[in-house]
Design a protein around this ligand. Structure first.
Ligand SMILES: Nc1ncnc2c1ncn2[C@@H]1O[C@H](COP(=O)(O)OP(=O)(O)O)[C@@H](O)[C@H]1O
Ligand SMILES: [Mg+2]
Length: 623
């Protein structure tokens, strides 16, 4: 549409310019010649100077005209009458006015338009409008400038490029120019500068884009967070469901638990009880604390102390305490386990309490302990009876059989003396009878000694010496006896007997099991206690739990007399048995005493029997 051919308008302007310049130079020349002639002809300098001034003024005017020709020449389009007023009006308009000829070349541009395009008005003339268009707006302008476009009232936002290269925007509207307006054939454009608005719009659009980007990012963030929240909520919901389920299970377990379980707050108020606990306390939860308040202060204080101890120690506390059963109206003993739970800040939260009814167990234990005590008493009683019985039998054998044998020996001895010088068969039979009677007497002595060693009547030390002597005779083991604190003549017969039997059994064990080379017996008689130790250097006890009755009997004897026994043994090193008995003994049972009294000869006969049958030599030999 617009072609860059601008020769038409340009040739008109150039012709006018040529004429104007010619006219100006001619006028200057004429003025100069006239001035010189006037100066030469004039006598008076005044008029000559005036003429020179006039000529100079004309020249200056001509020069000015010469300089201003281009500006003055702009509106030199063919003008209809009144067109001057229109141009003057357009020149002062606040909007850009751009008159283009049919080829799109500039015929007229007002000052506002020149300012918008950043060019002097004079330099705009003849320039094609498309020179100033930014590329992206060329189509738009083409649309604007299409023939008859403005007849349909098109107005466009166009982007233009200023002379300094910057971009500007304008709303472009227009109308066809024609001779009717006093304008040349072409287009008259009206440009309203909207650069600032556009810049603001662009900045706004950039901001909007930035905002949208941010919103998009934020929305994405929020969507992600939302997703995460949903996932977390799902997980939480699942956890809550699982917790509810596990709470339910826990509740079921607790309610079916046969052990009393209850919770207490830090002030020791019961906050939860299971069924077994309600059964144990004999009250439902809603009355538990009220019943608790009615308990004796001492008992309540005991419960409180255990609670506070658990919180203080921050760990499990076990206590045995009587618990009042409200329904049965009785105290039953319980073992209560209290475990404190704390808040995250460390303050006490609650106590988990487990209470186990041990009343039945306690009663059984007590019954067992009582029967054990009775058993021990019985054992002691039996040992005493056994000793007394042995003594009685020994006495009977001595007094009856022994005396008869002695009498028989005396009689047969007399007979033997008389028949000894007659080597008859009768004499030989008498000699045989004497030998048999002697053997029987020795056997009786041995039985009596086994039943009740006669040396016991001489005191514990004497009895132990006799025992060790006998032991040496039947084994290769070297023996030592250390005694401290006296001879033990004044010791209670039960103590003497218990120690004697313990040493006797220990020596038997050494002989049977130890394969020892030495055995040492120490007897310590203190003011209140009597102790004996039997120590060997043998093989030691190999079996961790020996099953024999020898050691057990020693233990039982000691327990019956309120004493104790300790056996230490190291395999390959030896065995040591220690027995300690108090000298103050428990009151003996009536049974054995009565029996002894009934017998009428509590050991006296036996002692006499031992003395006479075994003779002083027997006791001496035993040492
Ligand atoms: N001095 C000892 N040296 C080695 N072993 C011993 C000794 N005393 C006891 N024992 C072991 O202890 C067990 C139990 O001894 P005891 O109660 O006297 O029963 P018993 O002698 O009838 O076996 C013996 O069988 C033996 O194995
Ligand atoms: Mg034994």
């Amino acid at each position: 549409m617009f072609s860059p051919q601008r020769q038409g308008g340009d040739s008109v302007d150039r012709t006018a310019l040529w004429w104007l310049r010619t006219w100006a130079l001619g006028a200057l020349f004429l003025a100069t010649v006239e001035g010189a002639m006037l100066l030469k002809a004039s006598e008076a300098p005044g008029p000559a100077a005036l003429s020179i001034l006039t000529v100079t003024a004309s020249g200056v005017l001509a020069l000015l005209l010469f300089r201003d020709v281009p500006r003055l020449s702009l509106p030199r389009a063919p003008r209809a009458p009144g067109a001057h007023a229109l141009y003057a009006l357009m020149a002062t308009a606040h909007e850009g006015l751009w008159l283009l000829d049919a080829s799109g070349a500039t015929v007229f541009a007002n000052a506002r338009l020149a300012a918008m395009l950043g060019l002097d008005e004079s330099r705009l003339r003849g320039r094609c409008a498309t020179d100033f268009l930014a590329e992206n707006s060329a189509d738009d302008l083409a649309t604007v400038l299409a023939p008859g476009a403005f007849r349909s009232g098109i107005a466009r936002d166009l982007c233009y490029r200023r002379a300094d290269g910057q971009l500007g925007w304008a709303i472009v509207s227009g109308r066809p120019a024609d001779a009717g307006l006093g304008l040349p054939e072409g287009t008259l454009l009206l440009l309203t500068d909207i650069t600032e608005r556009k810049k603001a719009e662009l900045a706004l659009a950039a901001l909007k884009a930035d905002l949208e980007t941010r919103i998009r990012l934020r929305t994405a963030d929020l969507t992600r967070a939302n997703e995460q929240l949903r996932t977390e909520m799902g997980v939480r919901l699942e956890a809550e469901l699982a917790k509810a389920e596990s709470d339910l299970r826990l509740h079921e377990i607790m309610s079916t638990l046969p052990i009393a379980l209850f919770l207490k707050d830090p002030t020791s108020r019961i906050t939860m009880m299971n069924a077994a606990c309600e059964e144990a306390f004999g009250v439902p939860l809603e009355h538990a604390n009220a019943v608790d308040q009615r308990l004796p202060p001492g008992l309540r204080g005991r419960y409180l102390q255990a609670d506070q101890r658990a919180f203080r120690q921050r760990g499990l506390v076990t206590s045995e305490e009587p618990i009042w059963n409200h329904t049965r109206e009785e105290f039953r003993r319980h073992v209560t386990y209290k475990k404190p739970v704390f808040h995250p800040d460390g303050s006490p939260a609650y106590l988990i309490c487990l209470s186990v009814d041990i009343e039945e167990r306690k009663r059984t234990e007590e019954a067992l302990a009582s029967s054990l005590a009775q058993l021990r008493q019985l054992t002691g009683h039996l040992e005493t009876i056994k000793d007394e019985e042995r003594r009685r039998i020994a006495s009977l054998i001595h007094d009856d059989l022994g005396q008869n044998l002695l009498a028989l020996k005396l009689e047969v001895g007399q007979l033997h003396i008389r028949t000894a010088h007659h080597p008859t068969a009768f004499a030989r039979r008498v000699a045989g009878a004497v030998t048999t009677i002697d053997a029987s007497l020795r056997a009786v002595r041995s039985i009596i000694n086994d039943l009740h060693p006669s040396t016991l009547e001489l005191g514990l030390v004497a009895a132990l010496e006799w025992l060790l002597g006998r032991f040496r005779m039947r084994s290769d083991v070297a023996t030592t006896l250390n005694v401290s604190g006296g001879e033990g003549e004044d010791l209670d017969r039960r103590i003497t007997s218990a120690i004697f039997r313990a040493v006797e059994e220990s020596l038997n064990n050494v002989q049977q099991h130890a394969a020892a080379r030495n055995v040492r017996v120490r007897l310590n008689i203190y003011h209140f206690m009597v102790g004996v130790t039997v120590e060997d250097d043998g093989s030691g006890i190999r079996d961790k739990h020996p099953r024999g009755f020898g050691l057990r009997g020693i233990h039982e004897r000691a327990r019956a007399l309120n004493g104790w026994v300790k056996v230490d043994s190291t395999p390959g090193v030896g065995t040591r048995l220690r027995m300690m008995l108090p000298r103050v003994l428990p009151v003996p049972d009536a049974g054995p005493e009565a029996e002894v009294v009934e017998d009428g000869r509590p050991g006296a006969g036996a002692s006499a029997a031992s003395a006479s049958l075994c003779g002083a030599g027997a006791a001496a030999a035993s040492r």
